[in-house]
Design a protein around this ligand. Structure first.
Ligand code: NAD
Ligand code: ADE
Length: 481
């Protein structure tokens, strides 16, 4: 589909050819997305759909974008993290004009939210038909916009960025306020009315959607991509198992073998991280609040400790909880000299960056972009990766293509289903749905041949014995894998 009024904002357009070469290599490693192009491309199942996306603008995302475009969609894209864009990927997409892209590595918070706004703002329409989100920032902007427009209509009151000390939320309020001041009093309301739905990629984004749904505040139809087994049990585990050591090594080149590594949180991401560090020869300690996950970690041979009991001995810390306030400034003050502090969870609030930045007498030295040494007044320091944001995407290139093909096949199928059901009542506004297990199994099936994996066939007799359909689904919905 040709783009109407092509727009873009990327940093290094001259890297487009390099980006294209890497996109071409990635396609071979993404059989799920290529399979979806083959199956749904000829029918142009997304023809007429305007898709906005807020998801790390990497090479792998480039293959997703070009899949959506190959199925007929018009696409606008921004990254969901200030450090995760691969500039050559963004440049290649822009050169091919397969999507309008607004993203570069190292955005300021102001630039990040402006890019999100531009990605959502369509020149010839009230907004996108469908949204791909990762972590919920784009969804948040729309909801806050609607809230502010309702208040403005009632009282004439404008949102005040100074009303919050949250630096990100200040930007959200700035954008909404400026739109209202410019006389655009219905932008977000009209956008939310037009929007068919959103599919969110990650644990934290889905948690936000579920919270809004429970409070009755969710304005959209939503698909939870994270909880597809072929996303959660692959990307979160095997993806992080690959990209955590990649991030640590590219950032610091530190020897991992023999070191004490603390992984905070032993959910799916934490499991991948703990196993990766163990395979590098580290002595791995896990911290948890959930007795089930703590017991799992203990039975895999990891030590399970309170953070306070290892804060002074460990060499490397990785937060993977999706929670806030995990490693605080007073913890970092007690750490060994040059202990590495990093986060692989979605947001930057797992590590108390504000507390560290404002610690009395602290000195911040940039070793290189996304690697900083914070020196305490007594001369000892900690090395912080990606300023407390996702270190695997800030200091390395995130997960590799093969595992992202699993995640993004679910994204593509979710977008197709939302679009194809725009006129039905399959999805209700305000509710969060998962994709059906047959599609999850389809995604897995698309990836087996590349690994020379063979499946046995279930006989009629065996299917009857297990009381499951011969062609699947092979497990009930609550099976845990
Ligand atoms: P999860 O819910 O499976 O695991 C989080 C674990 O942290 C849980 O077991 C929970 O009990 C534990 N936890 C919560 N508070 C804690 C605390 N105070 N101390 C210790 N443990 C605590 O979630 P997940 O799927 O593993 O995702 C974790 C985070 O990583 C989310 O923010 C998610 O969005 C993000 N994520 C990042 C990537 C990436 O590429 N960097 C990929 C997938 C998911
Ligand atoms: N999340 C983790 N790794 C990623 C990648 N390579 N591209 C997009 N999103 C990701």
């Amino acid at each position: 589909m040709e783009q109407t009024q092509f727009e873009s904002d990327v940093k290094f357009p001259e890297q487009a050819d390099f980006g294209r070469k890497e996109l071409t290599l990635a396609e071979v490693e993404m059989p799920g997305l290529l399979g979806i192009r083959k199956e749904y491309g000829p029918g142009q199942v997304l023809k007429g759909a305007k898709i906005s996306g807020s998801l790390h603008m990497t090479i792998q995302t480039g293959v997703l974008i070009e899949t959506l475009q190959a199925l007929g969609a018009e696409v606008r894209w921004a990254s969901c993290n200030i450090f995760s864009t691969q500039d050559h990927a963004a440049a290649a997409i822009v050169k091919a004009q397969t999507a309008n892209v607004f993203a570069w590595k190292g955005e300021s918070l102001e630039e990040y939210w402006d890019c999100t706004n531009r990605m959502l703002t369509w020149p010839d329409s009230d907004g996108p038909d469908i949204l791909v989100d990762d972590g919920g920032d784009a969804t948040l902007l729309i909801h806050e916009g609607v809230k502010a427009e309702r208040a403005f209509a009632k009282t004439g009151e404008l949102p005040d960025p100074a009303s919050t000390d949250n630096l990100e939320f200040q930007q959200v309020l700035r954008i909404i306020r400026d739109g209202l001041k410019a006389g655009n009093a219905q932008k977000w309301t009209k956008m939310s009315e037009k929007l068919i739905g959103v599919s969110d990629e990650t644990t934290t984004g889905v948690a936000r959607l579920n919270q809004m749904s429970q409070k009755g505040e969710l304005l959209m139809r939503c698909i939870n991509v994270n909880d597809s087994v072929t996303k959660q049990k692959f990307d979160n585990i095997y993806g992080c198992k690959h990209s955590l050591p990649d991030g640590l090594m590219r950032a610091t080149d530190v020897m991992i073998a023999g070191k004490e590594v603390v992984v905070c949180g032993y959910g799916d991401v934490g499991k991948g991280c703990a196993f990766a560090m163990q395979s590098c020869g580290a002595r791995v300690v896990v911290t948890e609040i959930d007795p089930i996950c703590a017991l799992q970690a203990a039975m895999e041979g990891f030590q399970v400790k309170k953070l306070s009991n290892v804060v002074g001995t460990a060499d490397i810390f990785v937060t993977a909880t999706g929670n806030k306030d995990i490693i605080m400034k007073q913890d970092m003050a007690q750490m060994k000299n040059n202990a590495i502090v990093s986060n692989i969870g979605h947001f930057d609030n797992e590590i108390d960056m504000a507390g560290l930045e404002s610690y009395p007498g602290i000195k911040k030295v940039e070793i290189k972009p996304q690697v900083h040494r914070f020196e305490f007044p007594d001369g000892h320091g900690v090395i912080v990766l990606a300023e407390g944001r996702l270190m695997n995407l800030g200091c390395a290139t995130g997960h590799p293509s093969f595992v992202m093909s699993c995640s993004f096949s679910n994204q593509a199928l979710a977008q197709i289903d939302l679009w194809e059901n725009r006129g039905t009542n399959k999805y209700e506004k305000g509710k969060v749905y998962k994709l059906p297990k047959v599609l999850d199994e389809k995604v897995a099936r698309l990836h087996l041949p590349a690994l020379q994996a063979e499946l046995d066939d279930l006989s009629e007799d065996q299917a009857k014995y297990l009381d499951i359909p011969k062609a699947g689904p092979f497990k009930h919905d609550l099976y845990r894998y």
